[in-house]
Design a protein around this ligand. Sequence first.
Ligand code: DQQ
Length: 483
Amino acid sequence: MKPAHTEPMNMFGTSVRELSGAQKKRAALAGDRHRPSYHFLPPAHWMNDPNGFIQWGDEHHLFYQHNPNEPDWGDIHWGHAVSKDLVYWTDLPIALLPTVGTPDEGGCFSGCAVDDGGTPTLLYTGFVNDEQAQCLATSRDQLVTWQPDPNNPILAGAPLEMRAEDFRDPFVWREAAIWYMVLGTGKKTGGGAALLYRSKDLRKWEYLHPLLEGRLEETGEVWECPNFFPLGDKYVLIVSVWPRAFVHYFIGSYENYRFTPETSGRLDHNGSFYAPLSTLDHQGRRLLVGWLDEWRSLEARKRAGWAGVLSLPQTLALTAEAKLLVQPAAELEVLRGEYYTLPGNAFTGLELRGDALEIIVKLKSSTTQRYGISVLCSPNREEETHIYYEAKEKRLIVDRARASLDPEVSREPHIAMLELAPDEALVLRVFVDRSVIEVFANNRAFIASRVYPTRSDSLEVALMLDEGVTVQSLEAWQMKTIW
Ligand code: DQQ
């Protein structure tokens, strides 16, 4: 059950912060069989990147790129929601909106939130006439309403060798008394770059140098939404590669304000996870959330009335080999409802059905090339989504070729690289939430995907087992709704 929020009530008996209009919009869309039931998404219309993710007091604040009038990108505002546990969210009023005659007239693009000596402060990119410049806003009422700084933009103009039209997405942190910021951009000669700045007051910024520059053929044209933070005894830089392609990370050392990557990899190869944003919570955990885009046409989105979902919150850590360890946040376990497990080892078939499930399955193969699990299957198997490991190619796949009878939705497979040791079992932790599939494999590979089954009975779960595969364990839960 949704925990009661203890918030001040107004004379109408509703929370002074919560928007009753938002609840009505949510109620109107609740019957949509593709609308996720335990993932965060806006009351209606469009969301893209998460923004300003911060724990403030005992609450987590989440902002997001939001078009409040259409299920399509455009007229970008900052939507806002709050949660005590990263699971149940309450809508708050829109935090930032494009304002005519100011540097964010064309949209309030991505950014972050910081605690400036007790003052909640947002740093974001304002967009006007193809120019991008950095802006700031503060709140005087505990993060409910936000006032853009009268001196916006606080930073305009990219360094000469960088693309001024791609100069965005501030990510800010503090070292001793000084603030540091990375911005995403691209070099005029080609290749993405993350630029390092510093400031004493968050308002006057000095450019230091590129924190890292990428090679066009390896990591694309422009880097968006950079994140830079310590993890274990290393530092991590995460960038989203534009034109929207993949999410790349670098792990390395950081000394004298220079970052030297030692390893790198993809957080998402070609899937639905994009523009992730991290934050450090009060327990010292590095949390990460990303945007899960749609894979259907504008017409389909208009019929639905909404588009875009937030990923489940993840925690990041480093493996012994200095690789990224990606796990769903432990808080999500409160959503587990009715429990299912295999009756012993005598495996005969699954009686597990549902479109809001968490499944943990451990499979061991001696010979088989492909093995895994299928979800959202119709009884006659004309719709089915396969999630499997390909031993030879050393990769994990969400295979959408038969996920939907709708001819208009995307069927491309989503892929993550995964190399299992010779005697290592495949451990899949799969979250199914209507049109969302999130897969965590062996704590080190992650895929987010979207599927749109058409049949109301596409609810079955089946194992993909050939000779030589044993099921070491299978546990599953029906997941409770958060809305
Ligand atoms: N989306 C935002 C930009 C960001 C991009 C605009 C990434 O700030 O670079 O909505 O999806």
